[in-house]
Design a protein around this ligand. Structure first.
Ligand SMILES: Nc1ncnc2c1ncn2[C@@H]1O[C@H](COP(=O)(O)OP(=O)(O)OP(=O)(O)O)[C@@H](O)[C@H]1O
Ligand SMILES: [Mg+2]
Length: 351
C-alpha cells in the first residue's frame, strides 16, 4: 500500500487506446493528454522514425520520396511490430513529465477479436517501450466502462464500437464479456467503398482522405435525404486530367450500403446468440454506439429499426469512450481485474 503510493510518485500511469485510425492517451490525474492519428513517418534510408502522430500525417505528401508513412495497425491488428513499439515508446515519453525511476503502469485497449499471439505482441511492445506493468482490456469492455455502463452488475449491456479498422460488438454482464463479434468492416472500409463507387460511377480516381472527407460531409443512412452534398477532386481516368464533381448524399449512401448491411447483420447475430435474460436487459437499457462510426448520420435510427425497435443510443463523445475506460480502470485496477483480458500482471520476460 505504502509502496504503491511511493511508486506513484515516480511514474504516471497511462491508458492507451491504440486505434487503427487514432491513438489516444490518458494520464492518471490529468485526463486525455494526447489524441493523434495512428501514423508513423519512417526514413527509408536509415529506417529511423522521423515523426509520429499528427507530425507524421502532416509530413505526408510534403517530403522527399525517402520518407514513408506507416500505419502501425491495419484492420485493427498490429501490422508492423517495430513501428508499433516506436509509437508506444514515443507516446509514453510524451505523456511522462520529468524523469521517472520506474516505467508507468499501462492499460491498453485492443480489439475483441485479437489472438493470443497478437495480445502478446501488444504486451511486449509496451514493455519494450518502457512500461512496468501492462494490462490489456478488450475495446468494447473499455468503452462500456468509459461511458459508465453498469458493467459490474448482473445486468446485460451492449456496445457497438465502429472504429477505423474494426467494428467490435460486445455484450457485457457481471464484469465480463458474455458475447462478442468483430469484423474488419468499419470506417476505413467505408472510405474504400466510396473510392470504388466513384471510380465505377464517375470514372474518377480519388484518394482515401478525399473519400473520408466526403463520407463525413455527405454521409448518411437516413431513409429520407437531407440534401447533403460535397465536391470531390480526383483524376479523370479517361483524360488523365484533374476533375471535380459533386457527390450527393445518395451517392455516399449507395456506396456504403453493402458494408453498413454487414454491420447491421453482425449486430443481429449477436442478439440472436445472446441469452434471453440478457437480451431482455438490453431491450430495457438500449444499445450504445461508440467509435467514430457512431457519428454516421442516421445510423442509430437505422440500427434500431433493423433490430426490432430496440433503442440505439450514440454515446457522448464516442471517439474517446475507449480511452476514458482505460483511465477509469487505472483509477481502480483491483475492481476491474475480472474485466481485463489477462489477469496476471507480470513484468513480462521479453524474449
Ligand atoms: N462524423 C463522422 N462521420 C462518419 N465517420 C466518422 C466521423 N468522424 C470520424 N469518423 C470515422 O471514424 C473512424 C475513426 O474512428 P475511431 O477513432 O473510433 O477508430 P480507431 O479506434 O482508431 O479504430 P479501431 O477501433 O478500428 O482500431 C474513421 O474511419 C473516421 O473516418
Ligand atoms: Mg477504436
Amino acid at each position: 500500500m505504502i509502496f504503491g503510493k511511493i511508486r506513484s510518485v515516480f511514474s504516471d500511469d497511462i491508458g492507451i487506446d491504440l486505434g487503427t485510425a487514432n491513438t489516444l492517451v490518458y494520464v492518471k490525474g490529468k485526463g486525455i493528454v494526447l489524441n493523434e492519428p495512428s501514423m508513423v513517418a519512417v526514413n527509408n534510408k536509415t529506417n529511423q522514425v522521423v515523426a509520429v502522430g499528427t507530425d507524421a500525417k502532416e509530413m505526408l505528401g510534403r517530403t522527399p520520396g525517402h520518407v514513408r508513412a506507416v500505419q502501425p495497425l491495419i484492420d485493427g491488428v498490429i501490422s508492423d511490430f517495430e513501428v508499433t513499439e516506436e509509437m508506444l515508446s514515443y507516446l509514453i515519453s510524451k505523456a511522462q513529465t520529468g524523469i521517472k525511476l520506474f516505467g508507468p503502469r499501462i492499460v491498453v485497449g485492443v480489439p475483441s477479436g485479437i489472438t493470443g499471439v497478437e495480445t502478446r505482441a501488444v504486451r511486449d511492445a509496451a514493455i519494450n517501450a518502457g512500461a512496468r506493468e501492462v494490462h490489456i482490456v478488450e475495446e468494447p469492455m473499455a468503452a462500456a466502462i468509459g461511458i459508465d455502463l453498469p458493467v459490474h452488475e448482473p445486468r446485460g449491456s451492449m456496445v457497438i464500437d465502429i472504429g477505423g479498422g474494426t467494428t467490435d460488438i460486445g455484450v457485457i454482464s457481471l464484469g465480463g464479456i458474455v458475447n462478442s463479434r468483430n469484423i474488419k468492416v468499419a470506417g476505413d472500409r467505408l472510405n474504400s467503398d466510396i473510392v470504388t463507387y466513384i471510380r465505377n460511377e464517375f470514372k474518377i480516381l480519388i484518394g482515401d482522405k478525399t473519400a473520408e472527407d466526403a463520407k463525413i460531409a455527405a454521409g448518411s443512412v437516413h431513409n429520407e435525404s437531407e440534401g447533403f452534398e460535397t465536391i470531390v477532386r480526383g483524376r479523370d481516368l479517361v483524360s488523365g486530367l484533374p476533375r471535380e464533381i459533386l457527390i450527393t448524399e445518395k451517392d455516399v449512401k449507395e456506396a456504403i450500403h453493402h458494408s453498413i448491411t454487414k454491420i447491421v447483420d453482425m449486430a443481429k447475430e449477436v442478439l440472436e446468440t445472446t441469452p434471453p435474460e440478457v437480451v431482455s436487459d438490453i431491450m430495457k437499457s438500449g444499445i450504445y454506439l461508440v467509435g467514430g462510426g457512431a457519428l454516421i448520420r442516421g445510423l442509430s435510427d437505422m440500427l434500431s429499426e433493423m433490430l426490432g425497435g430496440i433503442k440505439v443510443i450514440v454515446a457522448d463523445d464516442p471517439l474517446t469512450a475507449v480511452v476514458r475506460g482505460t483511465g477509469k480502470i487505472l483509477d481502480d485496477i483491483e475492481s476491474y481485474q475480472e474485466s481485463l483480458k489477462e489477469h496476471e500482471n507480470q513484468l513480462s520476460p521479453t524474449t
